[in-house]
Design a protein around this ligand. Structure first.
Ligand SMILES: Nc1ncnc2c1ncn2[C@@H]1O[C@H](COP(=O)(O)OP(=O)(O)OP(=O)(O)O)[C@@H](O)[C@H]1O
Length: 291
């Protein structure tokens, strides 16, 4: 169990803002922080890792106190047993992949830890290459492996997949799920991708202006609108074509092109490049297994 109580005055996007949290995370769970830019998600991870000092705070992980400002306890980042993965992979460019992982080994650790991670993360074929010869997805796989070298108790992931293509992101999500289970991690993930959150996480905290405004099972947190019988997707208008008396609007949703029949009154306000919501009354949705 991780207990987190903290307060930190921040310069929010609209002026001074108090990040104020009192939350608990069960051991072994993967939880997500979701919320608009500037809500305080990254600051929360930085405080958990010890990189940012809160004004007041108490953090205990499995009964061990990492931070207690009232008692003057504040463990250094390297004493906290944390793996941290950022959106940019931050690998050492002059080291090979294997060397990047070995760099993180503590003196007391056997080198086999690295070989095991190379195996689990399927990095065998690229272990002797330098980071700049790898794709973004491969580099992020390495960054994830590197974060696990020291066998952290807590894995912090700050939008690690958001810079990657949709297909690669799905694959990396599978790796994430795999290592989270294999290593019995407790993981805190920041994500803006609701599909990713639904797929990966056990619990979601919705943050706004430094406060948790909603928390729960992600299906409950994100499907309130679908209880009304609707489902909806966000997409970009790619093409608008007139066909007889109706119009066909092509909308790019994720990486799929969806054609929607619309009336003249509906397309009047639309232009190519607009971001739109495609919504439907889900009277009879069809579900296909794709994997
Ligand atoms: N050390 C600091 N002192 C004061 N203000 C800070 C500090 N670090 C960050 N901030 C401000 O706190 C606010 C919240 O930042 P934070 O990075 O935590 O938001 P976020 O929810 O992660 O946003 P995003 O989704 O854009 O990454 C921002 O307005 C930021 O400028």
């Amino acid at each position: 169990m991780i207990e987190i109580k903290l307060q930190k005055a921040l310069n929010g996007p609209e002026g001074p803002m108090m990040l104020s949290l009192d939350i608990a995370i069960d051991k072994g769970k993967l939880v997500t922080l979701y919320g608009p830019s500037g809500a305080g998600k990254t600051s929360t991870l930085r405080i958990l890792s010890g990189l940012l000092k809160p004004d007041n705070g108490y953090i205990a992980v499995d009964g061990r106190i990492w931070l207690d400002t009232a008692k003057g306890i504040d463990l250094k980042p390297q004493e906290r047993g944390i793996g941290y993965v950022f959106q940019d992979y931050a690998l050492f460019p002059h080291l090979t992949i294997r060397q990047n992982l070995e760099f993180g080994l503590k003196k007391s650790q056997p080198r086999e830890v690295v070989s095991e991670l190379i195996h689990i993360m399927e990095l065998e074929n690229i272990q002797d290459r330098k980071p700049n010869t790898l794709s973004g997805g491969q580099q992020q796989r390495v960054a994830l492996a590197r974060a696990l070298v020291q066998r952290p108790k807590l894995l912090l992931l700050d939008e690690p997949l958001s810079a990657l293509d949709f297909g690669i992101r799905l694959k990396l999500q599978n790796y994430l799920q795999e290592v989270h289970k294999t290593y019995g991690l407790t993981t805190v993930l920041i994500s803006h991708d609701i599909g990713e959150i639904l797929k990966l996480s056990d619990w979601t905290f919705k943050l706004h202006h430094g406060k948790v405004i909603q928390q729960g099972n992600p299906t409950d947190v994100f499907t309130q609108s679908s209880l009304s019988g609707k489902f909806k997707f966000k997409g970009e208008v790619i093409q608008i074509q007139q066909e007889d008396v109706v119009f066909v609007v092509s909308v790019l949703i994720q990486n799929e092109l969806v054609k929607i029949v619309a009336q003249e009154s509906e397309v009047k306000e639309l232009s190519i490049g607009d971001t739109v919501i495609v919504a439907s009354k889900a009277f009879n949705p069809i579900i296909y297994k794709i994997k």
